[in-house]
Write a protein that binds this ligand. Structure first.
Ligand code: B3K
Ligand code: ZN
Length: 879
């Protein structure tokens, strides 16, 4: 497979003003008839040939302006249809036959159970018909669908329904028209036996929008939360970004077999059922929040993605980074801002930092790819969102909004670049983002080293800040980034006023206890004056930049920040840092064969958190949650992470805290119980999170507390409490404790595939020695299906990603299991195969495991018929 480079971009030689598609949906095959209204681009001199992309298509007929072409007037191969000597303007008709029922890649037009649906981003449209399958070709689509009315009572596409009639042969035909020009990746079609929930939304301009959520009849009762989320997002985008919805209809369709979370097709979003359906018995609290965030994310794409789209796929973060930032702010506004930030930073530091330090590291705007599907990454999405957040921080909310208004106004209806976005921000604010642009072109996580000194006589406090960034593939050296460093200084009685040397002391700075230092050189010095006492620095407040911070915090300082800093994120982060240090102590003790000794400071800190009734429950739960094993591994140097030691040390610390805080945990657990029926809203979610965390500590500390878990399981009226209880039994009990409840859970919920997926994950992430065999057994269970990505992720993905001790078994059996599944999926669903493979790409991290991990990668590399998706990951990991 070849590499595609950003530097090779050239504008399309043809435009497609209008696209007419006609689908004859059938049980054996589907006929697609397209009429493309082509125009040679005025910018292109000469008579370039028309090169259309197409894959797995059976070409039946080609015609130009109604003249059917003879076979030597065009050429076809596996990937293209090439036509020479086209007139400057013409209508090209192409008839193809496709087989959606055999399409297991879940890209293009395919079948999920009995329904037809599409997924075109990034390059799935070429599996539907020959086309200029690139995002900078925008066209007005008109779509007719004919189908059996009994099997497919619902027939949907983008835009407005213009016609609906029964043909002479009894088939039904509908006609959809989308007035907004769009790239083909936003095209969608759905045909199935679905029911819908309907509601409405009135835009600020008075437009009445009909909102419909299409699901299988059995799921009609699970739509309320998504519908409410949609309405909240529509309102939020009007209020915060001034963006209004632009059609009279907005549809969401839920599909069981889907490669990712959801897709923002114009006015016809298609969702993985797991990201839209909600019910207390099948959805966790986290799940409710995830649904709200994803519904918002896809809705927000209507402007950041659809009205203004990407010129090419290297610009993917233009729509994804911006939209993730938008959905994160939405979640922060409708829920708890600090908790949302903590969750996002945890993901970023655990998984994106690992990506940025591994063989697939790439800039937010990549420069080369083999398979674009491999670049829907945490870097493009999450780090891309951090880059937009930094622009927001540097410009301030008002200028950022001006920049966003200018961007939408300037580029409405266009396919543009990250550069266009940054320029709009600059033009609207007057802030020079020249050097800031390096965040788009340089890969790797910068390291921010901070050292300080205090001069009591001079009353000055100096921060010496230096930045560096490790080499990444193809980028040995890096230039300094622009790093907004939000900070404050904590004194004995609270935050100190901040004044830099050279600044006038005035009334305004007197109560200025928070500021953003702009770090833009390799080394920099910030001198604060009038500092009356040696402060504890509160650094990187709100995680103001996606960097690793290196400052030698004492444990006492961490405890102060934890209990008293103004910034909720810093309070949480200090708790994490303290726990990380203590787990590090225990690792060293265990490695030396000594008994673990848990620093009393951590115990005291946890105890005071448990005693503090004034703190938000969710926040206490976050602060008491020990850093995860993957994060701890991520903090290690290459070749050093020892999964067994990390696991043992973390577990020992958790048990010690459970023992040490037993009374407080018990008291809090009881006090947090509630007789009220389940609601998935903020305070209640926080209450359950903290209560479940208390239970987890108690059960970890002493198996006698498993009775509480059993009681909780029995009493629970929701999945969140049921799963937390089951997890305690499964992690801290023996087979006698978990076997029967696991079986009972299956019997109770076997008809709810989304609940059963949690059941699969739980069993794949258990710590017992039998887990690998259990995963194998479950792969043959009726609840599993290799064709369904949710199930693959729930079982195999969870085992490889969330059970480090057993995935990294010394005998290599974990790697072999993953390799086998990747090999199977390589043929049927390459996108999922490549995703699943990710844990193996981290082979440089782990002590004593690199060789075995590489051996599995090499075995895969040598397989015949490797998809470009898997080939790219395997070859880049090994190089
Ligand atoms: N834009 C889609 C992702 C498409 C992934 C294609 N491999 C969903 C989203 O980010 O909103
Ligand atoms: Zn997106």
């Amino acid at each position: 497979p070849g590499t595609i480079y950003l530097k090779d971009y050239s504008a399309p030689a043809f435009l497609i003003n209008r696209t007419e598609l006609h689908f004859e949906l059938g049980e054996e095959h589907t006929i697609v008839h397209s009429r493309l209204h082509l125009l040679r681009s005025p910018e292109h001199a000469g008579e370039p040939p028309l090169v259309l992309q197409g894959q797995e298509l059976e070409l039946l007929e080609v015609a130009i302006d109604r003249d059917v072409l003879v076979e030597d007037a065009y050429s076809v191969d596996e990937d293209t249809l090439v036509i020479d000597k086209l007139p400057e303007q013409c209508v090209l008709s192409v008839k193809t036959r496709i087989r959606p029922q055999d399409n297991s890649s879940l890209e293009g037009l395919y079948k999920s159970h009995t329904m037809f649906c599409t997924q075109c981003e990034a390059e799935g449209f070429r599996k539907i018909t020959y086309y200029l399958d690139r995002p900078d070709v925008m066209s007005v689509f008109t779509v007719t669908i004919t189908a059996d009315p009994v099997r497919y009572p619902v027939l949907l596409s983008n835009g407005n329904l213009l016609e609906d009639r029964t043909l002479d042969d009894g088939r039904r035909q509908v006609l959809w028209h989308d007035p907004f020009p769009k790239p083909c990746y936003l095209f969608a079609l759905v045909a199935g036996d679905l029911e819908c929930v309907e509601d409405q939304f009135t835009t600020a301009s008075g437009r009445e929008v009909c909102l419909r959520l299409y699901v299988e009849a059995k799921d009609l009762g699970k739509c309320e939360h998504a519908m409410g989320s949609l309405q909240r997002s529509m309102r939020w985008d009007e209020e915060v970004y001034g963006r209004m919805y632009d059609l009279d209809i907005f549809n969401i369709v839920a599909v069981d077999d889907f490669n990712m979370g959801a897709m923002e097709n114009k006015s016809l979003n298609i969702f993985n059922t797991s990201c839209v359906l909600c019910d207390p018995n099948i959805t966790t609290d986290r799940g409710y929040q995830r649904v709200e965030a994803i519904v918002a994310h896809e809705y927000f794409h209507n402007w950041s993605g659809n009205r203004v789209t990407c010129r090419d796929w290297f610009q993917l973060s233009l729509k994804e980074g911006f939209t993730v930032f938008r959905d994160a702010e939405f979640s922060a506004d409708v829920g708890s801002r600090t908790v949302k930030r903590v969750e996002d930073v945890t993901l970023l530091r655990t998984a994106q930092f690992a990506e940025d330090a591994g063989p697939m590291a790439h800039p937010v705007r990549p420069e080369a790819y083999i398979e674009i599907n491999n670049f829907y990454t945490l870097t493009v999405y999450e780090k891309g969102a951090e880059v937009v957040r930094m622009i927001h921080t540097l410009l301030g909310a008002e200028d950022f909004r001006r920049g966003s208004d200018l961007y939408f106004q300037r580029h409405d209806g266009q396919a543009v670049t990250c550069e266009d976005f940054v320029r709009a921000m600059e033009d609207a604010s007057g802030v020079d983002l020249g050097q800031f642009r390096r965040w788009y072109s340089q890969a790797g996580t910068p390291l921010l080293r901070v050292r300080d000194s205090y001069d009591e006589d001079a009353q000055t406090y100096v921060l010496e800040v230096s930045q560096s960034c490790p080499p990444t593939p193809g980028q040995p050296g890096k230039q300094p980034f622009v790093i907004p460093l939000a900070m404050g200084l904590l004194g004995d009685a609270g935050n100190l006023p901040l004044r830099l040397a050279g600044e006038e002391p005035d009334a305004e700075t007197a109560d200025n206890t928070h500021r953003v230092l702009v770090v833009d050189q390799a080394q920099q010095r910030f001198e604060f004056v009038g500092v009356g006492e040696r402060p504890v620095p509160s650094l990187l407040r709100g995680f103001s930049a996606p960097v690793r911070l290196d400052y030698p915090f004492s444990r006492v300082a961490l405890c102060q920040l934890m209990s008293r800093d103004d910034d909720g994120f810093v309070r949480w982060d200090s708790a994490q840092a303290l726990a990380t240090q203590v787990i590090g102590d225990v690792q060293a003790q265990l490695a030396a064969g000594e008994a673990p000794q848990v620093d009393a400071l951590l115990l005291e800190a946890c105890a005071s958190l448990l005693e503090d009734e004034s703190l938000e429950h969710a926040m206490v739960a976050e602060m008491l949650t020990l850093p995860g094993e993957n994060y701890l591994a991520e903090l290690c140097e290459e070749g050093v992470a020892d999964v067994d030691l990390i696991h043992a040390a973390r577990a020992a610390v958790q048990a010690a805290l459970g023992v040490g805080c037993r009374e407080l945990l018990l008291r809090r657990y009881q006090a947090l119980s509630s007789a009220r029926p389940y609601v998935a809203e903020g305070d209640e979610i926080g209450r359950r999170a903290l209560r479940n965390l208390c239970l987890d500590y108690l059960a970890c500390a002493d198996a006698a507390h498993l009775d509480m878990a059993r009681a909780q399981y029995q009493a629970a009226d929701n999945l969140t409490e049921r799963l937390a209880a089951l997890r305690c039994l499964a992690c801290y009990g023996g087979e006698g404790d978990w076997a029967a409840p696991l079986q009972a859970f299956y019997e109770d919920w076997q008809d709810e595939t989304l609940a059963i997926n949690h059941w699969l994950t739980l069993q794949a992430t258990m710590p017992d020695a039998g887990v690998l065999d259990r995963v194998r057994t479950l792969m043959a269970h009726p609840a599993f299906d290799l064709r369904n990505p949710n199930k693959v992720r729930a079982l195999v993905g969870a085992f490889a990603g969330q059970n480090p001790v057993h995935f990294h078994r010394e005998d290599g059996a974990g790697y072999a299991l993953l390799g086998e599944v990747v090999e199977k999926l390589n043929a049927s669903n390459p996108q999922i195969a490549a995703r699943l493979l990710t844990p193996l790409t981290r082979w440089r991290r782990y002590r004593g495991r690199g060789e075995a991990m590489c051996a599995e990668l090499e075995r895969l590399a040598a397989l015949p018929g490797l998809s470009p998706d898997v080939y790219e990951l395997v070859s880049k990991s090994l190089s």
